[in-house]
Structure formats: C-alpha cells, structure tokens
Write a protein that binds this ligand. Structure first.
Ligand SMILES: Nc1ncnc2c1ncn2[C@@H]1O[C@H](COP(=O)(O)OP(=O)(O)OP(=O)(O)O)[C@@H](O)[C@H]1O
Ligand SMILES: [Mg+2]
Length: 339
C-alpha cells in the first residue's frame, strides 16, 4: 500500500462536502455540493467545462449540478453508500491538487458515531464508513486520488475547538453547540475547554432540507422545477431580486415563493429552538455551526434571551468543522491521531 502524501479533513455532509487542507502553511477550505445522477454525461460542448463521469462497480454516475434528477443524499444511509464515495472523491478533485495517495479524516453524524444508549463509539458504523470509502471507483478519462487511510470523527463538536480555546471559559462553563446541517440537527454540550462532553443529541428529521424541499415544491408550482442545488442557492440569495428573477419563471409568483421560503425558515428555527431548549435548558454559551446556522440564529436568540452576545454564530459556519479538524489533526500526517 503506498504511503499517503497528503492529509485532508473532510466533513462529508449529506448535502455538501467541506474539505480543508494545509497549503503553504495556510488552511484552505472549499465546499463541494453533492449533485450526482445516474448514467454518464456526453462530452461538454465547451472545452473548458470539465465532465466528471464516474463508475462504481457496474453503475455509472455523473456530476450534474443542475439536474432535477440528482440522486437524493439527504438520508442517513448516504453515509455508507456509493454517493458518499463519489462525493468524497469529487471533493478531492475540486481542490486543484494533483491526484496522489492521501489519508483522510471524515465525519459521521453524532447519532451514527455514538451508540444512543451508552454514548460509546459505534465501532460497527465507523468500520462501515471506512470500508465504504476504501472501495474501488474510477473516473472516465481521468485520475482519482487514492485513499490509503481513513479516520472517522464525530460531527459538530470539534467545530468549536479554537473558538472555545480563545474565549476564556472557566472549567464549569457549559457550551451548547448546535449544528444545523442539510439533513440533521446535531447538538452537544461541552464542559469547560473540552474537559468533558456531557451530552450529545441528534435528530435526522430536522435540517435545512425541510426548507429546500418546500422551496422546490414552491418553485415547481411556479413553473420552475429546480435541483437541490438551485433551490439551496435561492434560499441563500432570497434577498437578491435579480437572482430570484432568474430562477423563478412565473414572475407573478415571486412573492408567493419567497413567502413560502420564509415560512419554512421560521418553522425550521422554531423546531431547532424547541429541541435545543429541551436538550439544554440553561447553557452558559451557545455556538451555532453548519450551513443552516444563519437561518436559525434569530430563533435561537429568542429562545435564550438572557445570553446576548454569548450566542455566537461561528465565522464561516458551514466550513467550521472541516477547518478545525484540519488545524488539529491534519497538520502532520505522521503524528495526527483520531479524537
Ligand atoms: N449562508 C447560508 N444561508 C442559508 N443556507 C445556507 C447557507 N450556507 C449553506 N446553507 C445551506 O446549508 C445546507 C448545508 O449545510 P451543511 O453543509 O452544514 O450540511 P451537511 O453537512 O451537508 O448536512 P448534514 O450535516 O445534515 O449531513 C445546504 O442546504 C445549504 O444550502
Ligand atoms: Mg454536516
């Protein structure tokens, strides 16, 4: 087996893969959306457009950012299937680094990583995820990275490592971390500066995809069928009237579609706030991470009115986890160790 030349920290979420690595002493991060469909694409009309046609076993897949036939990845089984393997390899290719043997750190949702009953590592799930990522895959007319080593870490909690270290917490401070991703809501309570993780919680029914699904339905009703990717972009840029006008064909329904999106964002916020209050009634601090962090921020501020600026939206919340894992574990391929 060849020796890994580089190490990548990969938060392979169900909707987006966030990948971080060290280049010239600096941490670099990119986000690679998951949007694959079956069968291959024909060669691009424009020569500068790259086509990514993959094969796993006998099944052919292609990366297709705008297809409304994109395969759904917003379910927990995604962590162990073909699409996860594709999404990790595809993200590696987006780094612009020449394919080489690599060692990777990937993540599993808290509820998959730990057994629900005793908070111990679920070794079976961890082994399953590793085995899945070591499988054979090929890229038509191209070279792929060779994954020679896989380490699995829990999602969410490591995202606030440096934020917590720099924030002068005392050993009794209870920090609630809320990770609102595409498909899952993960939460954990950290005591002090990571002295202890006192509780973890995961809910695979609450995530930004609630808003994405509603957006796609509303778009379809406005004669504008759209992929997950386009729907998500619309949620992000809902205040940008030009973009909104480009996506929604039936202009008479623009306000109606935007209203549906706002309604669903509020619903997501209150669902997260309710679960958070039930899970941790009186934390000392709250940290918001994950792509949905900014969507739920107002609801969380309402839910914990006395915390004020102790509620922190972590900078670049979507990439926070891969960035932090990278800083702590990927700097040196020889010495890095799993949490
Ligand atoms: N600034 C933003 N405003 C609104 N939504 C955003 C923003 N940034 C990202 N998102 C949305 O967040 C979601 C992805 O978040 P994230 O990358 O944390 O999820 P994930 O890790 O793929 O999912 P999970 O953790 O549930 O497996 C997508 O639906 C994306 O469109
Ligand atoms: Mg995630």
């Amino acid at each position: 087996m060849p020796q890994a030349k580089m190490k990548f920290a990969i938060d392979d979420g169900s909707t987006n893969v966030k990948i971080s690595w060290i280049e010239n002493g600096l941490v670099r991060s990119i986000t690679s959306p998951n949007s694959f469909r079956k069968e291959w694409k024909s060669a691009a009309l424009l020569s500068d457009k790259k086509v990514f046609n993959y094969q796993v076993g006998s099944t052919k897949y292609t990366y297709d950012a705008t297809s409304d036939k994109a395969l759904s990845t917003t379910h927990v089984a995604f962590q162990y299937d073909d699409l996860n393997l594709l999404s990790v390899h595809h993200a590696l290719l987006q780094t612009g680094i020449q394919p080489c043997p690599v060692s990777i750190l990937v993540t599993l949702p808290i509820t998959e990583y730990y057994n629900a009953d005793d908070c111990q590592k679920n070794e079976e799930n961890i082994a399953r995820k590793k085995a899945n990522l070591m499988r054979e895959i090929s890229l038509n007319k191209g070279e792929l990275f060779q994954i020679v080593d896989v380490q699995v870490l829990p999602e969410s909690l490591p995202a606030v490592l440096t934020t917590l270290m720099d924030s002068g917490v005392n050993p009794y401070t209870k920090s609630l971390v809320i990770d609102c991703g595409g498909t899952t809501l993960d939460m954990g309570v950290i005591v002090g500066e990571f002295d202890d993780v006192s509780a973890v919680y995961g809910n695979a029914d609450i995530g930004v995809s609630m808003v994405t699904d509603a957006t796609r339905k509303a778009l379809a009703a406005a004669d504008s069928d759209a992929s997950y990717l386009v729907a998500n972009e619309l949620i992000k840029r809902r205040q940008d009237r030009d973009f909104v006008g480009d996506v929604i064909n039936d202009l008479s329904k623009v306000d109606w579609v935007l209203g549906k999106i706002d309604e669903k964002i509020a619903e997501l916020g209150s669902a997260v706030a309710y679960e958070a209050k039930t899970f941790a009634r009186n934390p000392n601090r709250v940290y918001l991470v994950g792509g949905g962090a900014s969507l739920i921020e107002p609801a969380i501020r309402d839910a914990y009115p006395s915390l004020g600026d102790k509620i922190v939206l972590v900078p670049e919340p979507q990439e926070a986890l891969s960035r932090e894992i990278c800083c702590y574990h990927a700097a040196d391929p020889q010495t890095a160790d799993a949490v």
